[in-house]
Ligand binder design. Structure first.
Ligand code: FES
Ligand SMILES: [Fe+2]
Length: 383
């Protein structure tokens, strides 16, 4: 984020606080509930969005060191993620090219050669087939090059490893182009590439992935839903947002932000007096707090269940002392406690869909970001 943007965003909040106004969209909008319950719609989201656009598979610090590997699942794909001797990350299908056994069963480690536990075929960490037991008699004229591991388009940028979750494609867009120049500038400003995971946990929530993302896009609910947790620290119903292609940045000002009008603007720092929420479609949100970043990774398990990885990302420059680790653990717990209030509401909303009591939901003028998010999803489905 450049300094002008930072000052501009703070001035916008001070101005709105002065006028005692929320950040308003021009009109209300309606969101048909078929978006969240139609199996056909879900299939289209998977094929046109989740299997066609860059999605984050891992944070870079999960795969450190030469010859490191990780096994993951994303949607229906078993994935083997390898960092080769040159430090390059590459994702492959974790499926043996002989008769399809799971090639690597361990969650992670360090290896140069991957040997299938079924008949012992092995591949090196460039994905090339290296050995086939009894090859001469059993597999005459085997074209080894045709039996390389199936790779997935992979890129590493801003401290994350991104893939296209589709072995049928080889195209990977430039990630900076995908997220857009403005968000790239922000991610460089916060040095996202130089962060590690201090805390991480995974929860499965019985809600459509879009209901979960929507939950973070407005502050209209803070005073009610979060009255016992975070509400006192944030301004009531104020969350300006900016759109960058399908992605967005939201500003969640702390109650202290309007007081900045009494101070010299050279001393203003947006991260001190606001949280920033980045939504990078389709699978991630990042809540940028004062000294760390909360990373939320959404993986649709089914139309009404989403797996969420929640992690505290911290700058590598902060020493890993017991005291700091305790601090991060405490932060993770505070954020998780507040977020579970949102996630529980999302699951209630999802279970309410079955009643068909609402043919659509209504987004008020405070909730414009939800409408924009859904419009971006529709656009991506249209291609
Ligand atoms: S299935 Fe892997 S070696 Fe046979
Ligand atoms: Fe919330």
């Amino acid at each position: 984020m450049d300094r002008n943007t930072e000052i501009g965003l703070i001035k916008q909040v001070i101005g709105l606080a002065d006028q005692k106004s929320a950040y308003l969209d021009p009109t209300i909008a309606h969101s048909p509930i078929t978006r969240y319950i139609s199996p056909d719609r879900f299939e289209r989201e998977m094929s046109a969005i989740f299997k066609r656009r860059p999605v984050v598979l891992a944070q870079s610090s999960e795969l450190t060191g030469e010859n490191a590997f990780l096994t993951k699942r994303f949607l229906d794909l078993p994935v083997l993620l390898i960092r080769d001797g040159d430090g390059r990350a590459q994702a492959y299908l974790n499926v043996c090219r002989h008769r399809g056994a799971t090639l690597e069963r361990d969650a992670g480690g360090c290896k140069r050669v991957f040997t299938c536990p079924y008949h012992g075929w092995s591949w090196d960490n460039q994905g090339d087939l290296r050995a086939v037991p009894h090859e001469d008699q059993g597999f005459p004229e085997l074209m080894r090059a045709e039996r390389a591991l199936r790779s997935l388009p992979t890129a590493e940028a801003f401290g994350f490893i991104w893939i296209i979750a589709n072995p049928e494609t080889s195209e990977m867009p430039d990630i900076e182009t995908w997220i857009g120049a403005e968000l790239a500038k922000d991610f460089n400003w916060m040095d996202l590439a130089d962060h590690r995971i201090a805390q991480i946990e995974t929860v499965d929530i019985a809600a459509n992935w879009k209901v979960l993302i929507e939950g973070g896009l407005e502050a209209y609910h803070f005073r009610v839903a979060h009255k016992n947790t975070i509400a006192p620290y944030f301004m009531d119903n104020l969350s300006p947002y900016q759109i960058y292609g399908p992605h967005m940045r939201g500003v969640l000002p702390r109650t202290t932000m309007p007081d900045l009008s009494q101070t010299d603007e050279t001393s203003w720092e947006i991260r001190r007096d606001a949280n920033l929420l980045y939504t990078v479609l389709p699978s991630m949100q990042m809540l940028v707090q004062q000294d760390h970043v909360m990373w939320f990774h959404y993986e649709p398990v089914s139309i009404d269940c989403t797996r969420i990885r929640m992690a505290t990302l911290v700058p590598n420059s902060v020493p890993q002392t017991d005291e700091m680790e305790e601090h991060w653990a405490k932060n993770q717990l505070i954020t998780k406690t507040a977020l579970m209030e949102d996630f529980d509401l999302a699951a209630e909303i999802q279970s309410g869909f079955a009643s068909r009591g609402n043919p659509s939901h209504i987004f008020g003028r405070y909730e414009g970001a939800l409408n924009r998010f859904n419009a971006a999803v529709e656009e991506m489905i249209q291609g």
